[in-house]
Design a protein around this ligand. Structure first.
Ligand SMILES: [Zn+2]
Length: 200
């Protein structure tokens, strides 16, 4: 941990930690153009998990920002976005994985990706790989053609020092990565920083 309370996630890796009700998690892109996949589980019952489907349904929007709540599969609010200096994140695409790199990139010996990093980090909390849903992909830029629904992965709009802050509505287990997919991060792998602030 740095002097200002920052933790660093090394390129192409991931971590898990607890976040108490009322605490704030700030995810920082220290170099610019780097995605961080975020997962949240109810700490007291990890069958309750972040839900892209419910969140986007209730928001009636696919791009979320300051003020938007992130719902669980049981329609409870897990996190609320309270600050956002970028305004473009993705909540459609599943964490990159060895299969992603095999199928999309044609890698013969693929990296385990965000999925493998999240699975390893969440295992000590008793969360199995099959419980991992679509992540909230901080800073990931996925423009969608409104008429056809076609989308592509574009470079993140985040510049060095940009950040997004979430407030926990209940006690959570958080999974967080520095994304491992070349396309998502404009061709290079960089670290992600995060900071936890106590409940007000
Ligand atoms: Zn990834």
């Amino acid at each position: 941990m740095g002097a200002d309370g920052r933790h660093e996630i090394a390129p192409r890796s991931g971590v898990a930690f607890t976040l108490g009700r009322g605490e704030r998690l700030t995810v920082i892109d220290p170099c610019g153009e780097q995605v961080a996949d975020l997962l949240a589980f109810n700490r007291h019952d990890t069958d309750e998990v972040l839900s892209s489907g419910r969140t986007l349904d209730y928001a009636s929007r696919i791009y979320l920002t300051t003020g938007d709540p992130l719902y669980s599969n049981r329609s409870n609010v897990l996190l609320r976005i309270v600050e956002d200096t970028v305004g473009r994140h993705d909540f459609l695409l599943t964490p990159c994985s060895a299969d992603t790199f095999r199928i999309i990139y044609g890698d013969a010996h693929p990296h385990r990706g965000c999925f493998g990093n999240l699975a390893a980090a969440l295992a000590p909390y008793g969360i199995a790989p099959d419980r991992i849903p679509v992540a909230f992909n901080c800073f990931m830029n996925v423009p969608v053609d409104g008429a056809t629904g076609a989308f592509h992965v574009a470079p993140p709009l985040s510049r060095a020092g940009d950040h997004i802050t979430f407030e926990a509505e209940i006690d959570l287990v958080i999974g967080l990565t520095a994304c491992s997919a070349l396309q998502s991060n404009n061709g290079s792998f960089k670290p992600i920083h995060y900071r936890i602030a106590p409940a007000a």
